[in-house]
Design a protein around this ligand. Structure first.
Ligand code: DAT
Length: 185
């Protein structure tokens, strides 16, 4: 039985997944932040390269096989724009970050993506693709949509997730010794 929850932080590229993931890891040192893009590189999980989008294609089956034992341990904060491949039974919260399209336009412009990748990402955000994917793949009750436009949003989102995590730990405490509660800090 896991003593720490697993959280997915997802959203269109540029919405602030890594910014949130890193801040959450600072606020909750017992949780482990996993940038899936880095994980793919570190574990050689590439399955080709899309020249048009200038993006690595991940071997999603291998990725799930490798990360599932980590999710079984718990305490992972997964950062990826694809949210619907992880085992539903091992995911406790899915945070879908959203950004005002004008702000996202500027953030993506500064990345110098190829035009198609830029357009696909803007369309994805406008059409709420990742939010729909998350709600279709997980119990909609564990999917929350949070705005990530500015630093105040970042801080309040992270505080909200910390409070949620503490409550999850209390609710899932199977240890009879109630005086020795695990904390996230
Ligand atoms: P992602 O990991 O989703 O691709 P990121 O965390 O790299 O996004 O953020 C992209 C840029 O936007 C980066 O310069 C930080 C900035 N940013 C993201 N969320 C923000 C927020 N809530 N407040 C201020 N800046 C933010």
């Amino acid at each position: 039985m896991r003593i720490l929850p697993n959280i997915i932080v997802t959203g269109t590229p540029g919405t602030g997944k890594s910014t949130h993931g890193e801040r959450l890891a600072e606020l909750m040192p017992k949780m482990t932040y996993v940038s899936i893009n880095e994980y793919i590189k570190d574990h050689s999980l590439q399955d080709g390269f899309d020249e048009e989008l200038q993006s690595t294609i991940a071997d999603e089956d291998k990725l799930v096989d490798l990360i599932t034992p980590e999710l079984e341990i718990g305490g992972r904060i997964l950062d990826w724009h694809v949210c619907d491949i992880f085992p539903e039974s091992l995911i406790d919260l899915v945070v879908v970050l959203r950004t005002n399209t004008t702000l996202l336009f500027d953030r993506l412009k500064s990345r110098n993506y190829p035009q198609k990748k830029f357009d696909d990402n803007m369309d994805s955000e406008i059409m709420e693709i990742i939010l729909s994917d998350a709600r279709e793949s997980y119990d909609p009750q564990i999917v929350i949509e949070l705005y990530s436009n500015d630093k105040d949003d970042l801080e309040s989102n992270c505080q909200r997730i910390v409070i949620w995590t503490k409550q999850w730990i209390i609710d899932n405490d199977n240890d009879d010794d109630d005086d020795d509660d695990e904390d996230t800090e």
